[in-house]
Design a protein around this ligand. Sequence first.
Ligand code: F6R
Length: 607
Amino acid sequence: MCGIIGYVGKKPSSEVLLEGLKRLEYRGYDSAGICVDSPEGFKIIKSTGKLKNLLAIVPPRPFGHNGIGHTRWATHGGVTESNAHPHTDCSGKIAIVHNGIIENYEKLRELLKDKGHSLKSDTDTEVIAHLIEQCYKGDLTKAVLETVSLLKGTYGLVVMHQDHPDMMVGARNGSPLIMGVGDGEMFLASDASAIISYTKQVIYLQDGEIVTVTPESFQTMDLDENIINKDIDIIEWQAESFEKAGYDHYMLKEIYEQSESIVRGMKGRLDRTHATGHLGGLNMTTEELLKVERVVIIAAGTSYHAGLVAAYLLESMAGIPAHAEIASELRYRNPIIEKNTLYFAISQSGETMDTLYAMRELQRKGARVLGICNVVGSTIARESDGGVYIHSGPEIAVASTKAFTSQMTAMYIFTLIMARLRNMSFEDGLEFIDEMEAVPEKLKTIFKSAPKIEAIAKKYCHTESFLFLGRGINYPVAMEGALKLKEISYIHAEGFSAAEIKHGPIALINEKTPSLFLVTDDRLHDKIISNMKEVKSRGGKIIAVAAEGDKDVYGIADDVIEVPKTVEYIYPFLMSIPLQLLAYYSALELGRDVDQPKNLAKSVTVE
Ligand code: F6R
């Protein structure tokens, strides 16, 4: 979604802004722009399309010391230069960038027009600039305070005024905004990636807070003008982890990183002495954990698929009734909160609005919601009643890969804790730890099949439709494989339970529609083989991702990708890797923008 960067300091601001916008590209956008101070007034430069279009029209010599920049993901109004941010008021003295949606903007627009303002864009954002103009009587902070009290909706907002050089005002409600504290310079940004190469000291603004920033100082207050003292946090991520590190794409880098990110997610959390796990952030005593009678997981997209895997594991291993639900659905169906039900909100970004608002609704009804997040200091991480950071490191590619396996890792450790408190023996607990710790090496074996997976991708990627079929704990992995393929290659793909296809989807089978089966060597093996035969006998092409040495698949499948043998519940980690690589190589072969697929955004902060 949209990205924001603001800067006051001594560096040439055009350079800082463009660097920041480059770092924000991963969020997904369709136009970009900057506003930089200059002795002649504000210089506003905007362009539709990719950042390179903007770079082509920005003067090569860096300029300015104060400025704001924005990458826009269109919501209100088409992808045009006039709709791109920054937006200004009538006088051109006030410039703003905004993330979020102003719900009452049409009413405000009419009001402003009646007062003689002339609006140049179709956006909801522009009304904010004109409202500030209307409220401004020499004090920019006061004008912003007055303005936000008129807004209904969400905003992460940064404002600058020509009469206040070296000053920015930021405000937040529902859209993330952080402040970076430098040495004689300050930043405002929608996320840490934009500023990490300049400072690691950040302040996370909360909803309903407003900050006034100069190169040397900042003051935070609430909407009633009460001063709020904020702590400075240190970002743990390294600036280098935002680089491609020699890979062609972030997605490929992140796929390969999984052998390390899973280790990071387990570090210090597995306890061989007691054959259990430790997740300090849960904020729950053993007594409280023992009282849990049900687990409900809410999430969206890939995180939802990780939740489905986790729910399956919790039921089968810890004997706790569990299910995962799409957050946006739960939120609007008036969920019943049962006593002793523990909720999890899984979100890589920690900012997904569907998940955040579902979590707030649950909390409002008295539920305890734990967060499973990657981004430290993100809204879900801060507002949840406890939780776990998955430590997968920054995930830049829009398509989620390493966060998926790290989310599963965290939930697997939670399952181990719960199982060991209930029905799991010490020996079984140790075996679970052994199996978890063996995963990273097994992934490295799978990476060796990348050339084979690339060849398979090339063979099948010109198809119009693809089916992904799995059973048991791998059924959600099939759904995830289909999501990965469709989002980056734009090939239509669906994930089904392999048993379910005979109830409808089998009608789609023909020689042009490949089916990818996840074939595990466990109690469901023979059932999956039968499902493969059903497809084969209808002329369907079959790719099997199978446990190594499985002879049964070779007679049926057209192509086989082997993964190391493991126990039933570990297969989701292994099976997801070939699916991620298949999606990657298919998108590459089709010439797609792998890291920033069309229409998609990394952090979905709208409903
Ligand atoms: C798919 C993908 C999305 C996200 C979803 C939730 O590759 O990235 O489906 O998983 O938008 O995002 P988070 O996990 O940030 O809440």
